[in-house]
Design a binder for this molecule. Structure first.
Ligand code: CA
Length: 526
């Protein structure tokens, strides 16, 4: 605890001068998180969508601060990534490892917002939470409540502090969340305390519904295909087995196809969701070739996705502008991230889950004018469990010994030695819903990635990211990589052991099979 207290005599002197000194000068923290925002869809990362769909407001954070190129999630789905961020612990330790049948987040456990709150910060959370149980550790919260916490783009329903339910009829999710954040900053916070505000969007999560004013953005543009758009998954059976192909598994509702009239509720639901599972083929026009149909679906999907991104980018810009105007910008750390990455056509996919680059990566941009030099780029291997210790460190709050992540404050202070971490461990547990992705774990170093798919197949994959950044060639059978594979396996099992992951494969499969009922159940309001 390092709260600075001004001595009474000094305080009296300062008061005599007519200056009102704040007793606590620790930085404010604005933690901005979107849902499913791919690095390729953030122009600061210079990916294949940077020119066609720029994000100038999010880019501001990178340009005026630091861009991290290698922040990874430990499990590429929403709830587990959020739980890892809050606790600084892997899923097998914080207990939240699946969205589907994995129960709810245990909110009685230690989280960084709670520790900040206990140490004099005013804490608030506005937007998507998606952890089932009501938020703990916040002086104020307003979180998406309907659709089991996913929330809806239109007419979203929120739970606010004290368990009050608020229906925002006729409103758009991104706008409500922006207004909530601005309102809290302007009128609700205690200006004598430093704050930590989590400003978290539903966008650009499925079903990618553009908001008012964004419906025609990109209407006259052709979205380019990524380099791996026509991947045939050779040598990668788990990739081939996944139900997340643009052509094969996008349903009609996701692509906003008007259903026939006079369907019953059940018929409408079946019609809308048709396409989710393997073999459910549909086409908007039977005269289209395979290639035309895949591109048609891609254009439709990518444009709606990018429209949702654009609205979030503008909403972020408005809050950054408020920080400038109010004089808060200098002493406020602004963090931009997303709960994990996403496929915008890479490997012919949408969605996430895999340990492959596009979904394992999280964007991370940080601005803190008082301490961080503008325009920096960093390649260290970071994990989402590092957020909690880093934010505690920035707020001069003790990091508990049981936190598994590592503070990267030395990187922000330019005091790091360039070797922050040698490798990261990843683990995905959910199967078969959604998207039929085989559970897997693995290790990634700055050059290699080794993955083991273990649930109903026993397949190892090795990638040399220097020679094959798109992970198209599985090198596991290549003789020349034999020693590298052996070394990586030793390193992987050591990393797992160090992080208290001692479960056998059959115990891991049982975790996938477990169906822990969610206590958090709400009737959909729409
Ligand atoms: Ca997500």
């Amino acid at each position: 605890m390092k709260t600075q207290k001004i001595a009474p005599t000094l305080f009296a002197f300062v008061s005599l001068l007519g200056c009102v000194q704040k007793s606590d000068t620790r930085p404010n923290i604005l933690f901005i998180m979107t849902d499913d925002h791919a690095l390729s869809a953030i122009s600061a990362y210079n990916g294949f969508l940077a020119k066609v769909a720029p994000t100038p407001n999010i880019d501001r954070i990178a340009n005026e601060g630091i861009r991290f190129n290698n922040m990874f999630c430990t499990n590429s789905i929403s709830g587990p990534s959020r739980a890892a961020i809050l606790t600084g612990k892997f899923a097998h330790v914080n207990g939240f490892y699946k969205n589907e049948g994995g129960g709810d987040f245990d909110g009685s456990q230690q989280t960084f917002p709670k520790l900040l709150q206990e140490n004099g910060y005013q804490t608030a959370l506005i937007g998507k939470w998606h952890l089932g149980t009501s938020p703990t550790g916040f002086d104020f919260y307003k979180v998406l409540f309907n659709k089991e916490g996913q929330g809806s783009y239109f007419d979203p329903v929120f739970e606010t502090s004290g368990g009050l339910i608020v229906e925002e009829k006729g409103k758009y999710s991104t706008n409500v969340i922006k207004e909530g954040a601005l309102n809290w900053l302007k009128t609700q916070r205690d200006k004598d305390k430093p704050f930590m505000l989590m400003y978290q969007f539903k966008a650009p999560h499925r079903p990618w519904e553009p908001g008012p004013g964004y419906e025609n953005y990109l209407a006259d543009v052709t979205i380019p295909h990524p380099a791996t758009f026509d991947d045939d998954y050779s040598g990668r059976p788990a990739a081939k087995d996944a139900w997340m192909r643009i052509d094969g598994h996008l349903n009609r509702k996701n692509l906003k196809i008007q259903p026939p009239k006079n369907l019953t509720k059940d018929e409408l639901s079946a019609w809308n969701s048709f396409g989710n599972e393997d073999g459910e083929f549909w086409t908007p026009d039977s005269t289209m070739s395979d290639e035309q149909r895949k591109d048609w679906k891609f254009q439709r999907y990518a444009k709606d996705y990018l429209r949702c991104v654009k609205a979030a980018d503008d909403a972020i810009g408005e809050v950054l502008d408020y920080l400038d105007k109010s004089g808060l910008a200098e002493n406020t750390i602004v963090i931009y991230t997303s709960d994990q990455g996403f496929y915008v056509g890479e490997h012919g996919w949408f969605d996430k889950r895999f340990m492959y680059e596009e979904s394992m990566h999280m964007p991370l941009l940080i601005r803190y004018p008082a301490k961080i030099k503008a325009g920096q780029v960093n390649d260290d291997l970071l994990l989402n469990i590092d957020f909690a210790p880093t934010l505690l460190d920035l707020a001069e709050t003790k990091i508990p010994a049981d936190v598994q992540g590592k503070s990267f404050l030395p990187i922000l202070n330019n005091l790091a030695d360039g070797d922050f971490r040698e490798a990261v461990y990843y683990h995905y547990y959910e199967f078969p819903y959604w998207h039929h992705v085989q559970p897997h774990y693995g290790i990634r170093t700055s050059r290699y990635k080794l993955i083991h798919f273990y649930y109903s197949m026993d397949v190892w994959e090795l990638y040399d990211l220097e020679n094959d950044p798109h992970e198209m060639k599985n090198l596991i059978e290549e003789q020349e990589y034999k020693t590298i594979i052996e070394d990586l396996k030793i390193q992987l099992f050591k990393l797992m052991k160090e992080n208290n992951m001692n479960l056998s494969l059959s115990e891991l499969r049982a975790m996938t099979d477990a169906r822990i009922e969610r206590l958090y159940k709400v009737e959909d309001a729409n």
